[in-house]
Design a protein around this ligand. Structure first.
Ligand SMILES: [Zn+2]
Length: 362
């Protein structure tokens, strides 16, 4: 099903690109600029079981994206410059901001050399609990657990799951089900479920975080480079909309304070973990502004312009299943996103409005 969706979306992007529609309508849809979202950057893995492959691109592809953006005459700027340009009703030049979420070590070992060589600025949003080794990216822990076992048992909240995970298909199905269940329960229950399963299967999550995520020396090295902005991304990477107000505020403020204490630089920019409407909404947008963040980004899809709310900025996710400049170019035109929005609002209308004959007869 997932592969069908990917194929359909790819076909849609190809149709917009090859028909010339994305170029034709771009001037109406592309806004002043775009904020691109990446996660991991590393050479392609050989494993067939990679449920999070959409969250990673290769260093080669990252370099290609940057060179193509520059060749298209679009500036790659940091978030402070983007904020300045967004204050202008019609900036003279289009811009793109590069952002990387979570604080993966390969942002330092793989992405940084590429971007440094090309001389372009970028932002890494760091969840400080990962750097402090007190929290674990649970989505990676689940993959590591399911990859190694022919049967996977996990208790999530009050429910027990006992799933076959022998074949690739079973592993994929189990992973999807478990991830979805983990997103339904409370944030603390979610972490308890992961910790229990890790203990039961002997997965050393501390070792995993040590290996995969940035440490403070690396964050400091990155922060000292004027090309790099370190943004806050909470402490524990919780869906903050699910936390009470005091805890949500603490998650946001403490990550900023910790980064400042460890690097000497106070983050002005923030990314909401997950960033979807159910995980970051009005209360969180208000909190980000109240805490004094200049910008905060979501994962809602879209380009940015003078009307964009600075603490609810949309982004364009660079999906590992779509590693071709053609797709990035098409997304940057803003046309697929604008079409999606129109389609969604059309589908939300009452049924009579969808059928002109029906509304005419009443
Ligand atoms: Zn994140």
């Amino acid at each position: 099903m997932q592969s069908l969706k990917i194929a359909a979306y790819r076909a849609g992007l190809n149709a917009l690109y090859w028909s010339g529609a994305s170029r034709l309508f771009a001037p109406m849809a592309r806004g002043s600029g775009a904020i691109l979202m990446f996660h991991q950057v590393r050479p392609a893995l050989r494993s067939a079981f990679q449920p999070n492959a959409h969250l990673e691109v290769t260093p080669d592809f990252l370099g290609k994206v940057v060179r193509e953006i520059q060749a298209a005459g679009i500036d790659i700027v940091d978030l402070d410059e983007a904020t300045r340009r967004l204050a202008e009703p019609r900036p003279a030049r289009r811009f793109v901001v590069l952002t990387f979420d979570d604080g993966y070590r390969n942002n330092y070992t793989e992405a940084y050399p590429v971007l440094k060589a090309l001389g372009v600025p970028f932002t890494i949003y760091v969840a400080t609990g990962f750097v402090d080794r007190t929290d674990v990216p649970w989505w990676d822990a689940i993959v590591a657990l399911i990859a190694e076992t022919p049967r996977f048992r996990i208790r999530i909240g009050s429910r027990e799951f006992d799933l076959p995970t022998e074949t690739l298909r079973e592993k994929r199905d189990a992973c999807r089900l478990v991830a979805s269940e983990l997103c339904q329960v409370g944030e603390d229950e979610q972490r308890q479920a992961i910790d229990r399963a890790a203990r039961e299967y002997g997965l050393d999550t501390r070792l995993m975080v040590d290996r995969e995520m940035l440490d403070w020396d690396e964050v400091r090295t990155l922060a000292s480079d004027p090309l790099v902005t370190i943004g806050a991304h909470t402490v524990g990477h919780y869906a903050i909309a699910k936390l009470d107000s005091a805890r949500a505020r603490r998650e946001m403020a403490e990550s900023r304070d910790r980064i400042e204490a460890m690097t000497g630089m106070r983050p002005r920019h923030f990314a909401y973990p997950y960033g979807s409407p159910s995980t970051a909404a009005e209360r969180e947008f208000y909190l980000a502004a109240d805490l004094g963040f200049t910008t905060a980004v979501t994962t809602r899809r879209g380009v940015v312009d003078a009307d964009s709310r600075l603490t609810a900025l949309p982004r364009i996710s660079i999906n590992g299943h779509f590693q071709s400049w053609r797709y990035v170019d098409t997304l940057l035109s803003g046309v697929p996103l604008s079409l999606e929005r129109r389609l969604r609002s059309w589908l939300r209308r009452p049924p009579s409005a969808l059928v002109p004959e029906a509304s005419a007869s009443t």
